[in-house]
Design a protein around this ligand. Sequence first.
Ligand SMILES: *Cc1c(COP(=O)(O)O)cnc(C)c1O
Length: 378
Amino acid sequence: MLPFLRSDLAQFQSYTPHPGGENGAGHSVTIDRLDTNESPYDLPEELKQKLAWTYQQTIETNRYPDGSHTELKALIAEYVNETSGTEARVEAANISLGNGSDELIRSLLIATCLRGEGSVLAADPTFSMYGILAETLGIPVHRVGRSAATFEIDLGAAQGILSQTQAPPVRAVFVVHPNSPTGNALTPAELEWLRTIPETVLVVIDEAYFEFSQTSVVAEAMQRPNWVILRTFSKAFRLAAHRVGYAIGHPTLISTLEKVRLPYNLPSFSQAATQIALIHRSQLLSAIPLILEERTRLIEVFSQEPALQVWPSSANFVFLRLHDRGAEGETLLNQIHQSLKSQGTLIRLVNQGLRITVGTPEENSRTLDRIQKILGKD
Ligand SMILES: *Cc1c(COP(=O)(O)O)cnc(C)c1O
């Protein structure tokens, strides 16, 4: 360890996008990348051409990007208002853009917990970046569990931590709606608990999968100064390559996020891609019904496998576990993961289960075939 480095960082690992394996680049076999919950569909050719034209005609590469994101915020506000049916309308002042929602998570942590002023609370299993980003900033993370049957948050434990933790107190609670890797949306009881959280604590509701779940709490968040919604263009909007996410919240929180972010966090090319995606949103989002049908097909077939336990999903992935959670089950789970990988199907082995992104119909058929063969049935 270099002597000038913060001593707590020695124990951290850098993030590996495809743990224990390759991403498929350079392989001759078809690789089905079903491990990162992206859309299986690239931007359509004509939209790529539009983007290329924008690059050639309007982007001056010697100039810094628009650091205020003015046009994008207006387009996002229009999109959010169109889908949320909210009485309180979302405006540009309610929106901050990040280099992926990952950047917004970090900005929220900087804005609430740094300088030893706060700790965060999350319910495992959940999106790993909340814990990772908090810990790299030296912010304590409190974790509670979930019901093994439904993945509902252990609200008693959560409330206990919230009301008893001091030095530093909980300043931010992170939930995902619907959760990753388990696919469940917030229940009425969970929402009711979030409503009881005092205004001294920020409630972060990550709606990365909103376009698949079609359920949002934006309208309510607009009435609650301590709620903030996170969304991303990395999933349904097919723009993972461009790294664009946004936060919707109270103008004072939003202007604070704008203070702590880097001034030119969004490259001009990413801004242009996002504008094109928003203008053509009905075309891009028209793929969603098929993805949802395919999700139903995956769940139906998996639920006919006696060895597998599969849960409903409100997102573009399914989560499954083996009924046998003993040592043998664990071995089989690893075998399924490894065998799929060797055949070119990448999925996530996470929290004693498998998270499988819904891909194209062809990819899903291959996944089903391969898993059925591994489980000894063809
Ligand atoms: C994929 C995902 C994101 C998106 O992160 P980006 O940095 O915008 O790509 C955010 N939250 C959750 C829960 C996710 O699964």
